[in-house]
Ligand binder design. Structure first.
Ligand code: GDP
Ligand code: MG
Length: 332
């Protein structure tokens, strides 16, 4: 981050609105990051429209910093919110939905990529809803768009966040069972879009966390916001963010090449025109050889055979004849 940006960073005072137990856990996690020399983190929030991306940003910051809307499609521009606390800076980038009206929003994707130029993504928060029963091809398209934009390494830095987590599963399904089925279904559809087919271990390593942004989220005896599972979700989310930030995989630096260059997963395909050109030259060469061959073999084949026979009788050996015939093509 440039010093100019650093000056503009406001104090992360929203933490004070959390339950004391939640505050303590968060400050502990920030301390752990600083211990590992991580003094700032940038979280990129992506997903379809209306799934709760902006609400999640507000929940983490503890302030209403970005607009949320149940109906309208969101603004087209990403927004970065930065907050500092105890020498640590958190940057969260809220983005417009990648799916609008059943199609991938290429304009939004392009604007997001340009907005991210020269920034480093430490964590990708891929947001969707827990209370959805079906995954469809659009989920696959979104995952693929993310992979094509930032490279498949982005999934080593990803967390799947499922909103609307205070919810009763249908058909008397147990909450945990519904959660694991929903997670599995999402991972299965993200895998091919993320080119993770052959790398199932990596896919199952993508953590799935639950989020409840509603003001009516249940609280436990220490006033922490909890899910039906009893987990205080804000500390759990921040803990998962910490683990991803500290894992061995590199953060994703968004440079010009990543934005304007070819698909980072298909750079090998750059060789295709070169290989094509080499093949062309090779074919030309063979063609020349064949032409040469034809030029040297003007006589009809019976005549050549005749010559062969003559030679054979003259030189008295099959070997020489074969040699001569073979050599004809190479000779000028
Ligand atoms: P975005 O388009 O992905 O940024 O989604 P928003 O954050 O604007 O949320 C869309 C709608 O879903 C808003 O009406 C939010 O109040 C609502 N919403 C978001 N997250 C949750 C959640 O976890 N629980 C509930 N009950 N509603 C949510
Ligand atoms: Mg939004």
């Amino acid at each position: 981050m440039s010093s100019q940006q650093q000056q503009q960073v406001r104090e992360w005072s929203g933490i004070n609105t959390f339950a004391p137990a939640t505050q303590t856990k968060l400050l502990e996690l920030l301390g752990k990051l600083k211990q590992e020399d991580v003094n700032s983190l940038t979280i990129l929030v992506m997903g379809k429209g209306g799934v709760g991306k902006s609400s999640t940003v507000n929940s983490i910051i503890g302030e209403r910093v970005v607009a949320i809307s149940p109906f309208q499609s969101e603004g087209q521009r990403p927004v970065m919110v930065s907050r500092a606390r105890a020498g640590f800076t958190l940057n969260i980038i809220d983005t417009p939905g990648l799916i609008e009206g059943g199609y991938i929003n290429d304009t939004a994707l392009d604007i997001i990529k340009r907005f991210l130029l020269d920034k480093t993504i430490d964590v990708l928060l891929y947001v969707d809803r827990l209370d959805a029963y079906r995954v469809d091809s659009l989920d696959k398209v979104v995952a693929k768009a993310i992979t094509d934009s930032f490279g498949k390494g982005i999934w080593n830095k990803a967390i799947i966040a499922l909103t609307h987590a205070q919810f009763s599963p249908p058909d008397a399904l147990a909450y945990d069972e519904f959660f694991s089925k929903r997670s599995e279904a999402l991972l299965q559809i993200i895998k091919p879009g993320a080119y993770l087919k052959k790398d199932a271990a990596q896919a199952s390593a993508i953590p799935v966390v639950l989020i409840e942004n509603s003001g009516r989220c249940n609280k436990n005896e220490t006033d922490e916001k909890v899910l039906p599972s009893g987990i205080a979700w804000i500390p759990h989310l921040v803990q998962t963010i910490t683990e991803i930030a500290l894992n061995k995989s590199e953060s994703i630096f968004v440079d010009k090449n990543l934005i304007e260059g070819p698909n980072p997963n298909q750079r090998g395909k750059l060789w295709i025109p070169v290989i094509f050109a080499l093949q062309f030259l090779f074919i030309m060469n063979i063609e020349a050889l064949i032409k040469n061959d034809v030029a040297n073999e003007k006589k009809p084949s019976w005549e050549t055979r005749d010559v062969g026979v003559q030679k054979e009788t003259r030189e008295g050996g099959q070997k020489n004849t074969r040699k001569e015939k073979r050599g004809a093509g190479v000779r000028k």
